[in-house]
Design a protein around this ligand. Structure first.
Ligand SMILES: [Fe+2]
Ligand SMILES: [Fe+2]
Length: 152
């Protein structure tokens, strides 16, 4: 393995915190999503990020023999839904790149598989965000109206 055991443990801690933060963030975005479809996609992203945090926590436990206790996630306040989605494309592609590097650095097949799977999900998220941006457009106006009336 080109990466040391200690580096891997340290990276896993950071990844777990990031994944939990991302999971909570997508849940918040889902709350202000303009359409049902956008809400469902964002909730699926949130579940994926939680699943990544859980598999990284399992790996941390196997490597250290200890359970990792993450810091509580502080809620973030989203002022601009569209800008947040654009920022997420950058974040998702960065995570895709990072996990790809981890995949290349590691020899253990289980760890490699874990990073490969997370990498695939991050790429899927980045590629689906344009659908969410489209859901904000005039084509979806009628559905937005129906949706907000249904919620009253
Ligand atoms: Fe993730
Ligand atoms: Fe993601």
């Amino acid at each position: 393995m080109a990466i040391s055991r200690n580096e891997l443990i340290c990276d896993l801690r950071n990844y777990i915190q990031d994944e939990l933060k991302d999971s909570a963030y997508y849940e918040e975005l889902a709350r202000i999503a303009p359409t049902r479809m956008a809400q469902e996609i964002l909730m699926e992203f949130s579940r994926d990020e939680k699943k990544h945090a859980e598999s990284f926590m399992d790996a941390y436990c196997r490597l250290t023999g200890k359970k990792f206790n993450p810091d509580p996630v502080r809620p973030s306040h989203i002022c601009d839904y569209e800008q947040s989605l654009k920022d997420r494309i950058i974040e998702e592609t960065n995570a895709y790149e990072d996990y790809g590097k981890m995949y290349q650095e590691l020899c253990d097949p289980c760890l490699r598989r874990m990073f490969w799977d997370a990498r695939t999900d991050e790429a899927t998220h980045a590629m689906r965000i344009p659908i969410l941006l489209h859901e904000m457009g005039p084509d979806c106006y009628q559905e937005r109206e129906r949706y907000s009336i249904a919620e009253v």
